[in-house]
Design a protein around this ligand. Structure first.
Ligand code: NAD
Ligand code: ZN
Length: 371
């Protein structure tokens, strides 16, 4: 049988509708929003979901160009999104609206952008967030939505999912749907200047890790590979540079985040993300720091990238949390194993269908103990 470099499990890919990029491009946001007001009827309001960090940034808030009767709602980011948290925000917004908003602006990191995506789906589809966790369960198009990332790395601005933890079952799964993809995007690297250094590193590494995992996997195609290779290139330029947060580094990382999101839309992650998910689900660690802790312990699977990652940590003087699994009970280790090996698709992508012959319960536990 002929095999093609375009053969992959992913057949249809939807990209963000359009974008503006560059320093100062936040200036374009009011134009994008006003275009939506113009087609949505004179009473249509705009919903701004904003990372709570910007509560204390009046200069940035003034640049949103919102009108008096728009809804400006800060999103708490102490915890990553949960299904009940999303339902609560959706109900609150619905109760303030008559009809649908002209657009929803998601202004912040992965947590805030994912919240905006989920709320936009729920406002038109009804029901609860948990009803749509899975693949292609969203029935009708969402409310129009605009992404304004203020920290780079997750690629949420580009992907067709919005990750959330199910409060009842502990399942961490997004609404994977073409309707989840943003319609418009504003990529202004000036917005990321205020991100704390460690957080900047952890979240930025999400783009790098998505792509090294994709490139090492077996579900590959030429489009995804091209996105992944350039993402990894840009991350190297950023994290091996003297200052990962200089103006040009922040520009590069913002582009890497977007391209990394496009990459992952056409491929799968590998071993790091399942271990990271275990840490998030069982120990409540945030996604991006959990990824870094996981990659740090998974050198045997990604030896070259692991070495490079250690260089990046040194070059930027970033410290990782240590001893995160110290003193855990047998039950907790069992829960970590279960929450890791459940990720069949990425583990098959990385290690083949027989991945459990490598990742036995004992081996997975040992890896967690080494963190
Ligand atoms: P985040 O949105 O949780 O934000 C991290 C921290 O950075 C917060 O304290 C926030 O207030 C702060 N912050 C953000 N912008 C700032 C700025 N400009 N200045 C100062 N502080 C700022 O972090 P994240 O790492 O971007 O997102 C993690 C979430 O993204 C997780 O829930 C994860 O599951 C999700 N995720 C989603 C996708 C997707 O495709 N949808 C992909 C990967 C990860
Ligand atoms: Zn990730």
């Amino acid at each position: 049988m002929n095999t093609s470099i375009l053969d992959t499990g992913v057949k249809v890919v939807k990209n963000v509708g359009g974008f503006t990029v560059g320093r100062g491009s936040l200036m374009q946001l009011p134009t994008f929003v006003d275009a939506r007001r113009a087609v949505s009827g004179k009473n249509a309001r705009v919903v701004y979901l904003i990372d709570e960090f910007f509560r204390s940034q009046p200069e940035t808030m003034r640049r949103l160009g919102n009108q008096a009767d728009d809804i400006v709602r800060f999103v708490e980011v102490t915890d990553e999104p949960t299904t009940t948290g999303i339902d609560a925000i959706t109900n609150e917004i619905r109760s303030q609206l008559t009809g649908l908003p002209a657009t929803i602006v998601g202004f912040g990191g992965g947590t805030t952008m994912d919240t905006a995506k989920a709320v936009a789906n729920l406002l038109t589809n009804g029901g609860n967030a948990a009803d749509y966790q899975g693949w292609d369960l969203v029935k009708v198009p969402a409310v129009h939505k605009i992404a304004v990332p203020t920290i780079s790395g997750t690629g949420s601005e580009a992907t067709r999912t919005c990750v959330m933890t199910n409060t009842q079952t502990g399942l961490k799964l997004g609404m994977n749907s073409d309707f989840t993809v943003f319609d418009q995007m504003v990529l202004d690297p000036e917005l990321t200047a205020t991100v704390p250094r460690n957080q900047y590193f952890y979240t930025g590494m999400d783009a790098y890790i998505h792509c090294i995992e994709a490139l090492a996997g077996s579900y590959r195609n030429a489009v995804g590979d091209a996105y992944s290779r350039e993402t990894v290139n840009l991350c190297r330029q950023v994290f091996l540079a003297d200052d990962m947060m200089g103006d040009e580094s922040r520009e590069r990382l913002m582009v890497a985040s977007y391209l990394g999101g496009c990459a992952i839309a056409t491929s799968y992650v590998g071993v790091v993300h399942p271990f990271s998910a275990g840490l998030s689900v069982v120990l409540g660690l945030h996604h991006c720091v959990a990824n870094c802790i996981a990659l740090n312990a998974l050198g045997e699977f990604y030896p070259t990238e692991h070495r490079e990652f250690r260089h990046m940590l040194d070059a930027q003087g970033v410290k990782l949390p240590t001893g995160v699994c110290a003193g855990l009970s047998d039950e907790q280790f069992a829960a970590l194993v279960a929450a890791t090996v459940v990720h069949v698709k990425p583990l098959t992508n990385a290690l083949g269908a027989n991945f459990r012959s490598v990742l036995t319960d004992e081996r997975v536990t040992e890896i967690f103990r080494s963190m």
